[in-house]
Design a protein around this ligand. Structure first.
Ligand SMILES: [Fe+2]
Length: 206
């Protein structure tokens, strides 16, 4: 996995989400939840706010510019990308800890490349843990600050979350990119949203 940095002021991702949820500090969002249990910590009111943002929200316009200006240059061919990034809130003291997995086990192409973009400090047990080589299971945390992102192989490397004992909620978004030459039409769908892995549905062209 490789870590890169970018200019936070060009995109304002954290600021736009702070405005959307009405919070000054994304790392303390757990304090504002009225209910907090194993069923709701992956579908909180904040998840609902993020997923209700319209496609024309400034966040998504800036996201597309981010893909074009920061991500496309990392490839030596045309790419397609996950048109709606996935929001993650890894609450302090979270109860729902996802099983470790490889994304290819969930219908994803083994050729996809993952990008992890934290909007708060991502460290220790509040971030994603990933093995260094397929099958090694030597998990280590993807630690990064706001303004940094990881390019990594979530399709083929086992990864997952732990119980967050840091005292700080991690807010991030992530998305997948596919080199255009690896794109084939298929009837496979994403497991979580049931969206077909096709251009115009799960993916978008630059
Ligand atoms: Fe995953």
């Amino acid at each position: 996995m490789n870590k890169f940095s970018y200019d936070i002021y060009s995109y304002g991702f954290a600021l736009l989400l702070k405005r959307a949820v009405g919070s000054e500090d994304l790392s303390v969002l757990h304090e504002e939840l009225e209910t907090f249990n194993v069923d709701t910590d992956q579908s909180s009111k904040y998840h609902k706010i993020f997923y209700s943002l319209s496609e024309n929200h400034q966040f998504f316009l800036n996201f597309k510019r981010f893909v074009k200006d920061e991500i496309r240059p990392l490839f030596d061919e045309d790419i397609i990308f996950q048109r709606k990034p996935t929001f993650r809130l890894h609450f302090k003291g979270n109860l729902a800890v996802g099983a470790f997995h490889r994304d290819r086990d969930y219908n994803h192409s083994m050729h996809e490349v993952n990008f992890f973009v934290p909007l708060t400090e991502a460290f220790d047990s509040n971030t994603v843990w990933v093995e260094s080589e397929e099958g090694k299971e030597d998990f280590s945390p993807m630690e990064a600050s706001y303004g940094e992102f990881y390019m990594w192989d979530g399709a083929n490397l086992s990864h997952g979350n732990k119980k967050n004992t840091t005292g700080s909620t991690r807010v991030s978004f992530d998305f997948r990119v596919l080199p255009k030459s690896k794109y084939t039409t298929s009837d496979k769908k994403s497991v979580t949203q049931g969206v077909p892995f096709e251009i115009g549905k799960y993916y978008e062209e630059l």
